[in-house]
Design a protein. Structure first.
Length: 306
């Protein structure tokens, strides 16, 4: 159990907000959970999450040690595009989380990989992310490479670092792009106003480069291809929103009300290419557009021809 003693210097703040705004790295929901379980005392007393603090109040927060967790194997079907003794290329469906994390400890790609591969996964990223060299978002579908041993993992990770790893996506974005092709070269870092989101910023950021080209134009939307030069968190989603053409259906960076009923973001990892760690030969794989993506394209065709 970790105990934190916080002194309130101003009056009027709600207890749960005061705790989440402190420097003990707790979200507001986590703070509420601790308060409701009696793990928070104000001047020695248990109070509600809505309690308004006064200057001079002493808040004691008892944060339990994290429970150890190791991902467990689950018999979940995998769409394996390629496999050998060094690696796998998997076609991840939309809606599947890549690895276990808070709120998603089961039903992830890692749980499925553990069942399929057993102990034959690289251990560089620890027990929660065995074999995972790179990630794609839960609501992004498409190709993902998995390393079966540390040798393969190091080789693939180095290719990503050197930007020699081919990653191409297809997406439907809001609005009509002015040019048929272009490049977004803008650094990406954590949004200072919302730590769960990323944004284009010069502060505490990393360089990020996305090349895009138009595949088909529709009424109010554009079907595009994106090639990543770098691989930052949410890179395509952030970059396209930055230039005024967010990914359609994106609940975080997108348009709040779209006339087409997109159920989640239209983003698919279509192509992946790399040098095989053992043979040193370049290999490349392409994934067909999934049904949900084709469905949205049909909707856009119907709108365009109305």
């Amino acid at each position: 159990m970790n105990e934190f003693k916080l002194n309130c210097e101003t009056s009027g703040a709600r207890l749960d907000k005061f705790i989440s705004d402190s420097n003990i790295d707790l979200s507001r929901s986590a703070a509420v959970n601790l308060i409701e379980n009696g793990a928070v005392l104000v001047n020695g007393l248990i109070v509600s999450k809505k309690y308004k603090l006064s200057q001079g109040d002493v808040v004691v927060v008892n944060v339990p040690d994290p429970m150890p967790y190791e991902a467990k194997a689950e018999n979940i079907p995998l769409d394996i595009v390629y496999e050998d003794e060094y690696l796998l290329v998997v076609n991840k469906p939309k809606g599947m989380v890549v690895h276990p994390a808070a709120g998603n400890y089961d039903g992830t790609l890692v749980n499925a990989l553990l069942y399929h591969c057993g102990d034959s996964l690289s251990g560089i990223n620890g027990v929660l992310r065995p074999g995972i060299v790179h990630r794609i978002d839960k609501d992004t579908s498409g190709l993902l490479i998995v390393a079966k041993n540390d040798f393969a993992h190091r080789s693939l990770a180095e290719q990503i670092k050197e930007h020699s790893f081919t990653r191409e996506y297809e997406s439907i974005v809001f609005g009509n792009l002015k040019n048929d092709s272009g490049t977004v070269d803008a650094p990406i870092g954590r949004n200072p106003k919302d730590r769960k989101k990323m944004c284009v910023t010069e502060k505490n950021s990393k360089n990020a480069v996305t090349h895009y080209s138009v595949i088909t134009r529709y009424k109010g939307y554009t079907h595009i291809k994106c090639k990543l030069e770098t691989g930052r968190t949410h890179q395509i989603r952030v970059h396209m929103a930055y230039i005024g053409h967010p990914v359609s259906g994106d609940k975080v960076y997108g348009i709040k009300s779209e006339r087409v009923g997109f159920e989640g973001q239209c983003l698919h990892a279509r192509k992946i290419g790399f040098i095989h760690p053992k043979t040193n030969e370049y290999i490349e794989f392409t994934s067909e557009l999934p049904d949900y993506f084709k469905k949205y394209l049909t909707k856009l065709q119907n709108i365009s021809f109305c």
